[in-house]
Ligand binder design. Structure first.
Ligand code: 6PG
Length: 469
């Protein structure tokens, strides 16, 4: 009897890998999974519930049981483990087989792996997968990058397992090289910005407005019914409903205010700096995670730096409306920064990104999915070379209609001594971008004054230097 061969393989049967593979099996493909942990391999077979699924701890057996060209996805922690698994697989795979890295790998690692595997004649895709464990099981957003030829091998499977919006799969070929990982990195940068904005909105509602958890929960639930409709607003509302499972009161009040990070937001900021593209709201989010981690310093400073601050008088309902409008404004600036970075990176790295397709596949399955993304998709479908989302007609109207709400909540927060780094930078980004005459003529004068770095003039072409008095 001939041995059963499987359509798709997965290395790493932790919750993400196993769920993704079960999703593949649900869509009618036979699957095989490899994990060093026997229990995980067994769990795959049990959870497959009769569908063709094989779990193993033996790499040789795993590779041998896959149909050629083999399609092997890795969902293992980003970093050295990915290289180690690839090295192991290389002993058994053959020319033309395809390895897919589905983790949050740094895009430069993907470039390196692509070059290495090209030499081994093994195909490779760096694929961003978003949506967490639930998304992996029920339909994630998938951002594949690499060669189009390699993508075609796995396209039917990825389209089948991805989330769908109006019947359209939330997966599309992103571009060459490490395009998939780059797009996922920027997705996470936007995710950081939105999460920080939501944290600041919570702070303002609580400390300026005096809203209790129930009222805050209601505010987010109402926001989610309108133009702010999004996964992150939805889960924020539900978080405020959660009772403490091991003590009294609500869970949110028991969670330590130290935010961790795995690095994708920081990479977005670092890379944006390298390309000279401003992403201040994302920078602010990364900075605030850093400040949050200084918990003991903050507790000590709370005594040393105690100052008298005002207590702005507010109408609760009006404040809830203003915070909602401000969030809408700031979410737009966060997407604008991310998209502007993608546009530039595509040129710098030769990815050939299609921003309309990026917005389209972010409408479902991923963490930053939001009603807004349909308008973002439309904006890039109308003008693929839009210099910035903020100048698209629809978004310009939204920004002009909501900037006053943001100004108002920032003023109140300043008076109350509440930090709003992300909200403030979102507004400053808008104000700076629409300013035809920034004060950086002074910066140029100073550079020329102390270092003869030269400057350009507004009234004459050329490069000038002055012997300053
Ligand atoms: C996703 C998430 C996912 C992960 C974050 C968490 O799109 O599904 O972004 O990739 O949850 O990377 O990142 P931090 O640990 O850095 O907050």
């Amino acid at each position: 009897m001939s041995q059963q061969l499987y359509d798709f393989g997965m290395v790493g049967l932790g919750v993400m890998g196993r769920n993704f593979l079960l999703n593949v099996a649900d869509n009618g493909f036979s699957v095989a999974g490899l994990d060093t942990n026997k229990e995980q391999a067994k769990a795959l077979e049990e959870e497959a519930d009769g569908k063709p699924a094989k779990g193993t701890t033996d790499m040789k057996e795993f590779v041998a049981c896959l149909k050629k060209p083999r399609k092997i996805m890795l969902l293992v922690p980003a970093g050295k483990i990915v290289d180690k698994v690839i090295e192991g697989l290389l002993k058994f795979v053959e020319e033309g087989d395809l390895i897919i890295d589905g983790g949050n790998s740094f895009f430069e690692d993907t470039d390196r792996r692509l070059a290495y595997l090209r030499k081994q004649k093994v195909q490779f895709l760096g694929v961003g997968v978003s949506g967490g464990a639930k998304g992996a099981r029920l339909g994630p957003s998938i951002m594949p990058g690499g060669s189009k030829k390699a993508y075609k091998i796995v396209k039917p499977i990825l389209e089948a397992v991805s989330a769908k919006v109006n019947g359209e799969p939330c997966v599309a070929y992103m571009g060459k090289g490490s395009a998939g990982n780059y797009v996922k990195m920027v997705h996470n940068g936007i995710e950081y910005a939105m999460m920080q904005l939501l944290a600041e909105a919570y702070d303002i509602l609580k400390k300026v407005g005096g809203l209790n958890n129930k009222e805050i929960q209601q505010a987010f639930e109402d926001y989610n019914k309108g133009r702010l409709q999004s996964f992150l607003v939805e889960i924020t509302a539900s978080i405020f409903k959660q009772k403490d499972d091991i003590g009294k009161g609500m869970l949110i009040d028991k969670i330590l205010d130290k935010a961790k990070q795995k690095g994708t937001g920081k990479w977005t900021s670092q890379n944006a700096m390298d390309f000279g593209i401003p992403v201040p709201t994302i920078d602010a989010a990364v900075t605030m995670r850093g400040i949050s981690s200084l918990k003991s310093e903050r507790l000590a400073a709370a005594k040393i730096l105690k100052v008298r601050v005002g207590k702005p008088k507010v109408d609760k309902n009006k404040l809830v409306k203003e915070v909602g409008d401000a969030l809408f404004f700031a979410f737009i600036t966060a997407y604008s920064q991310g998209m502007a970075l993608l546009a530039d990176a595509s040129k710098e790295k030769g990815f050939g990104l299609d921003l309309e397709a990026t917005a389209r596949i972010w409408r479902g399955g991923c963490i930053i999915r939001a009603a807004l993304l349909e308008d973002i998709r439309k904006a890039y479908s109308t003008d693929a070379n839009l210099p910035n989302l903020m100048v698209d007609k629809t978004f310009a109207k939204h920004l002009k209609g909501n900037h006053n709400a943001l100004r108002s909540i920032i003023k109140k927060s300043i008076d109350a001594g509440i930090p709003t780094l992300a909200f403030s930078t979102s507004l400053a980004y808008f104000d700076a971008y629409r300013d035809g005459r920034l004060p950086l003529n002074l910066t140029q004068a100073q550079r020329d004054h102390f270092g003869s770095h030269t400057y350009e003039r507004v009234d004459k072409n050329g490069i000038f230097h002055t012997e300053w008095e």
